[in-house]
Structure formats: structure tokens, C-alpha cells
Design a protein around this ligand. Structure first.
Ligand SMILES: [Zn+2]
Length: 325
């Protein structure tokens, strides 16, 4: 069963996992709505489980730092914590929660400077009912959602994780020099369905996983070809396609991909590819415009060379330019 996104609407991460905060690192993600309307938005359980601990502002120091908060132990053994509700959690300790059930409403109680949901996750962890502290390693909750999206799409979760690591390093606010946006580095111009949602990591992960599953299906289950498709496009060939394979091989070889310099080199390649494609689109657009201006009649039995050229350029901009293919 897929994880339920904890808030409705178009979301954004206002503080990501692992950012330094003086003496500690942020152990979760802070979520708000991109239109600023998160106040009193229902917070939903990502999965079925039971309430393992609650915390309220009745505690000393106004419930500092969690405010009104709940911890859920889900059926897969993940401890999730949800903080800064307006009121004490809706369910008491020990109560069962269904996937998607409302646990409380967003506010800014506890150590918080604005309305948001703090969400953190510790797979295999435990929460202390008396202190609300978590024992166990917390990971970026977005990784759990990425797994869930990949599984739902029928795509390998580990490959998907490495892909996201390469694309953005799990930064939901990432913007490439070529205009790719968000955790999955989606270019809104090429993916109209994602316009306005590229910085919503939940929407982006679901979209990218579905897109990869479609590429994989198109390639009969061949991950190398599917990954190259994601990077340079399905019709790429020649030297341009070789770049797609480089991207694919880096992801498929796994653990040794972690070298920062290699990641940077691959991202630079990707950005260059995006820019080449942008150029190709512009050229194709100019041809179409010219065709429109000339009127369809001009093309009946006429000269299609310009269109063919533009198509060729689109599929292999470098090859077409140098005549190398
Ligand atoms: Zn937080």
C-alpha cells in the first residue's frame, strides 16, 4: 500500500532534512503549502499504525520543542513524528490510526516560527512515551515516499533512490542551470502536467517514478535503456545517446556512484543535454512557425528538408550540428 501524503494541496519543503541548525542537524522535513494556506490543514497518517506517543503544550515550557505532536508506529515498523499541531492530537496513545486518518491540524506550537508540519521518520526506531524522543536513525522521509512511489509504479526502488541522489541530492528546492526544478529535476516546459508542482517533492517523486516505469515498459524491462531515455530522450542516438548511457551506468553501478565529483560531472552533462534540447525545441518551433506563415499549401509535395533537419537536430543536436551521425 502506498504511503499517504501527509497534507493536501501543492506542498513545499521549507526546511529540508539534514540542514545544520547550530548544534544539531534537522532530523526531518518542514512542510507547508506553496500558497501559504497550511494553517489548520489536516495532517494525515502516511500509513496504518498505532499512536505510540503524544506531546502537548500542557508540558512544562509550553511543550517546547514539539508543541502539540503525535508519534505513529506504522505497520512496517517506521516511527513517524508529526509536530506543531494547533490542539493536542486527535487520537490518544495506543489508538489505531488508518492510513490517511487525520491526526491533528497544522499550526505553529512549540519551537516553531511559522505554520508548518514537521515530519520525521525512523525506520525500525522507537519513541519514548515520556520524553517523545526517538531512538534509532532518522532518515529523510522523502526517501520512504520515493520507495513507495517506485513500488507503486513497478520500478526498482533502489535505482530510483540513486536517480534522485544524482538528480538533486534530495533537495526539493534544487534548480539546475538549464531550468530543471525540484527533487526529480523536472523541466516544467516539457512536462505541462507538473507545472506549478515541480517543487512539491511528493508530486515530483510520484511523477518521476511513473515516467520511469513508462520508459522501462517501453524498453521491455531494460533499466539501462530506460535510464538513458530519461536522460537524453527515447530517440537519442550517437554521441548524445552515449551520454545517456553514462548516466544510466553511473546509477546502475550503485554504491560507488557516491563520489561528489562524479555526481557533479554527471549533473553538468545533464544540464548540457537539457540546454541542447531547449535549442532543438526552439529550432523546431521556428520551422513550425515558418510553415504556418507559408500556409499548409507550401508543404504539399514540397520541400520537407527543413522539418527533417529540425527533427534530426532534436534527436541528436550534437550529431546533427557536426554531421557526425
Ligand atoms: Zn522541522
Amino acid at each position: 500500500m502506498s504511503l499517504v501524503v501527509p497534507l493536501d494541496g501543492v506542498l513545499r519543503v521549507t526546511s529540508r532534512f539534514g540542514v545544520g541548525r547550530g548544534s544539531y542537524r534537522h532530523g526531518g522535513i518542514d512542510l507547508a503549502r506553496s500558497d501559504g494556506s497550511v494553517y489548520r490543514c489536516p495532517v494525515k497518517a502516511p500509513a496504518a499504525g498505532r499512536i505510540a506517543a503524544v506531546w502537548t503544550v500542557d508540558q512544562p515550557r509550553g511543550g517546547f520543542p514539539y508543541g502539540n505532536a503525535a508519534a505513529l508506529l506504522d505497520q512496517d515498523g517506521v516511527v513517524w513524528r508529526f509536530m506543531h499541531f494547533d490542539q493536542p492530537p486527535l487520537l490518544p496513545v495506543g489508538a489505531s490510526a488508518a492510513a490517511g486518518q487525520t491526526l491533528g491540524l497544522c499550526d505553529s506550537t512549540g519551537n516553531s516560527t511559522g505554520h508548518h508540519l514537521h515530519l520525521d521518520a525512523a525506520p525500525g526506531g522507537a519513541v519514548d512515551a515520556a520524553t517523545f524522543r526517538v531512538a534509532g536513525k532518522r532518515i529523510d522521509p522523502l526517501r520512504l515516499y520515493a520507495n513507495s512511489c517506485a513500488r507503486a509504479a513497478g520500478y526498482d526502488a533502489q535505482v530510483f533512490q540513486r536517480q534522485i541522489t544524482l538528480e538533486s541530492g534530495w533537495r526539493p528546492d534544487a534548480v539546475s542551470s538549464a531550468g530543471a526544478e525540484g527533487v526529480a529535476q523536472i523541466i516544467p516546459r516539457w512536462h505541462p502536467a507538473m507545472r506549478g508542482r515541480t517543487f512539491d517533492p511528493f508530486a515530483s517523486l510520484a511523477y518521476a517514478a511513473d515516467l520511469m516505469a513508462a520508459h522501462l515498459d517501453h524498453r521491455g524491462g531494460n533499466y539501462r535503456e530506460a535510464l538513458a531515455d530519461y536522460n537524453t530522450g527515447r530517440n537519442s542516438h550517437g554521441a548524445f545517446r552515449a551520454q545517456g548511457y553514462r548516466y544510466a551506468d553511473a546509477i546502475l553501478k550503485g554504491a560507488s556512484m557516491a563520489s561528489t565529483s562524479e555526481l557533479e560531472a554527471l549533473r553538468a552533462d545533464r544540464d548540457a543535454n537539457h540546454k541542447e534540447k531547449m535549442g532543438a525545441l526552439t529550432q523546431l518551433g521556428l520551422v513550425i512557425e515558418a510553415a504556418n506563415r507559408a500556409g499548409a499549401q507550401a508543404f504539399h509535395g514540397g520541400d520537407w528538408r527543413a522539418v527533417k533537419e529540425a527533427e534530426r537536430f532534436f534527436h541528436d543536436p550534437r550529431g546533427a550540428r557536426t554531421g557526425a551521425n
